[in-house]
Design a protein around this ligand. Structure first.
Ligand SMILES: *Cc1c(COP(=O)(O)O)cnc(C)c1O
Length: 397
C-alpha cells in the first residue's frame, strides 16, 4: 500500500493552508527546489553550453517523456516533452487530419477546455480545406461518431465538472468508423489510472503543472501511437524534430518516431524541476491513488451536502465516471471561493457559478477535507461571502 503520509511530507504546503487546487497548479515538491538550484548553478553556471552534452540536457524531453509514459500506459519511446499543451493539441490534430485527408469533420464536445477548441479553429482556418469543428454535448459524443469524422478530439476529464469519458469505448467507436482518437489528459495524468496502449488511443497530450506538480510553465507532453509515428509529417517542423538537427540541412526531414514531435529548444530548468517532481511517483501504485482519491472526494461530497444549503453537485455522483475533482454550483460561487481562500482553503472558480475543488491524495488527507467542509459550511450559513472585497474579480480565477 502506498504511504500517503510519506508522499505528503515530500511537498511544501504553507502553514495553515488546505490546498484543493492541485488540478490547476500542483503544489511544490521539496526536491524540486534543490534540483532547480543545482541545474542553475552546477550545470548552467559551471558547465555553460557544454551542459547540453555533459548534463544531458538534450535527452531530457525523451527521458522525462518515458517517466510520464509509465503513468499513462505508454511504452518507452512514445512520449516526448515540450512547448505548451495548446501547441501539442495543435500538433496532434494537424497530424491526425493529415492521416485522414478525405474526411472533413473534427468532433469534440462542449465540455472541452476552450484552448483545445480554439487551437482546432485556428488550425482548420489556416488549412482552408473546408474542415468543420463539430461540438456536441458530452453525452452525445458517442452517437455523433460517424464516417465523416477524421478526428475525435476529447479531453478525458472535464475541467469544469470532473466528468470522465470512457476512453477505451470511445476510441473503439472512433476506430470502427475509421476515425482517429485524440485524448487530452490534462486532468487525467497523475489523477486517474490511464492506459493509452490498452485503449488504442492514437494521440494523447497533457500538461504537467496540474496533477504532476511540475510547476508554473512546466512543459507539455505528447504521445503518438508507435505504429503511426513514422507516417507523420509534422505541421510544426522545427529543427529539433529534424532527423539530424546538427547537420543544419536547409530542408526538413522528420526525426525518428516521436522525436519528430519536438519543435525547438527544450525548457531545461522547467524539465529539471519536473524530473524532480516525478520522483514522488516512483513506486506509487495508481490503483491505490485512485482508491484514495475516491475516498476523499466522497467524503467531501457527503460533508458538503450534509452541511451546506443552496449548493448543488455539478460533478457526477458516480465515482467511476468522475476524475479527481469535485465541483459544486453556488449562486455566489465566485465570492464564496474568495472567502474560502481568505480563510486558507484554496480551490478555484469557473464561470458561471462553479466552485471547483481538486483532491490529490499525494498531499490531501481527511483532515484537509473536513476543514474545507467546515469552512465552506460556515461561509454559506453566515453569508461570509457577502463582502465587497470578495466580489472584485481578479484576472485569474
Ligand atoms: C489546463 C488545460 C490546458 C492549458 O493549456 P496550456 O497550453 O498549458 O495553457 C489545455 N487543455 C486542457 C484540457 C486543460 O485542462
Amino acid at each position: 500500500m502506498t504511504d500517503f503520509a510519506a508522499t505528503k511530507a515530500m511537498f511544501h504546503i504553507p502553514d495553515g493552508i488546505t490546498y484543493l487546487d492541485g488540478n490547476s497548479l500542483g503544489a511544490l515538491p521539496k526536491a524540486a527546489e534543490a534540483r532547480a538550484r543545482e541545474t542553475i548553478t552546477a550545470e548552467w553556471g559551471e558547465m555553460l553550453i557544454t551542459a547540453w552534452n555533459r548534463a544531458k540536457w538534450m535527452d531530457l524531453p525523451r527521458r522525462i517523456g518515458d517517466r510520464i509514459g509509465r503513468l499513462i500506459g505508454a511504452a518507452p519511446g512514445t512520449v516526448v516533452m515540450g512547448d505548451t499543451l495548446s501547441i501539442k493539441v495543435y500538433q496532434a490534430l494537424a497530424s491526425a487530419l493529415d492521416l485522414r485527408p478525405d474526411r472533413k469533420v473534427v468532433l469534440s464536445d462542449s465540455g472541452n477546455f476552450p484552448t483545445d477548441l480554439y487551437m482546432a479553429q485556428g488550425l482548420l482556418r489556416s488549412l482552408g480545406r473546408g474542415h468543420e469543428l463539430r461540438v456536441v454535448a458530452p453525452e452525445e459524443v458517442e452517437d455523433a461518431i460517424d464516417e465523416n469524422v477524421a478526428a475525435l478530439m476529447l479531453t478525458q476529464v472535464d475541467y469544469r465538472t470532473g466528468r470522465m469519458h470512457d476512453m477505451a469505448a470511445l476510441t473503439k467507436k472512433a476506430h470502427d468508423a475509421g476515425a482517429l482518437a485524440l485524448w487530452d489528459l490534462a486532468h487525467s495524468a497523475g489523477a486517474v489510472p490511464v492506459d493509452l496502449a490498452a485503449a488504442g488511443a492514437d494521440f494523447a497530450t497533457g500538461c504537467t503543472y496540474k496533477y504532476l506538480n511540475g510547476g508554473p510553465g512546466a512543459p507539455a507532453f505528447i504521445y503518438v501511437r508507435p505504429d503511426l509515428a513514422e507516417d507523420i509529417q509534422p505541421a510544426l517542423s522545427g529543427w529539433l524534430g529534424h532527423e539530424a538537427p546538427f547537420a543544419f540541412d536547409p530542408d526538413y526531414r522528420p526525426g525518428r518516431g516521436i522525436d519528430r514531435m519536438r519543435v525547438g529548444t527544450p525548457p531545461v530548468i522547467q524539465l529539471a524541476v519536473l524530473d524532480a517532481a516525478l520522483d514522488v511517483w516512483d513506486g506509487l501504485d495508481m490503483a491505490d491513488l485512485r482508491r484514495r482519491s475516491i475516498e476523499l472526494c466522497e467524503r467531501f461530497i457527503a460533508g458538503v451536502e450534509a452541511e451546506c444549503e443552496d449548493v448543488s453537485l455539478v460533478s457526477p455522483r458516480d465515482a467511476s465516471v468522475r476524475g479527481s475533482q469535485v465541483s459544486f454550483a453556488f449562486e455566489h460561487g465566485y465570492a464564496a471561493m474568495q472567502a474560502l481562500i481568505a480563510r486558507g482553503v484554496i480551490g478555484d472558480f469557473r464561470a458561471p457559478d462553479v466552485m471547483r475543488f481538486g483532491f490529490t491524495p499525494l498531499y490531501i488527507d481527511e483532515a484537509d477535507v473536513d476543514r474545507a467542509v467546515a469552512v465552506l459550511a460556515e461561509i454559506v450559513a453566515t453569508r461570509g461571502w457577502d463582502k465587497p472585497e470578495f466580489m472584485k474579480r481578479s484576472a485569474v480565477t
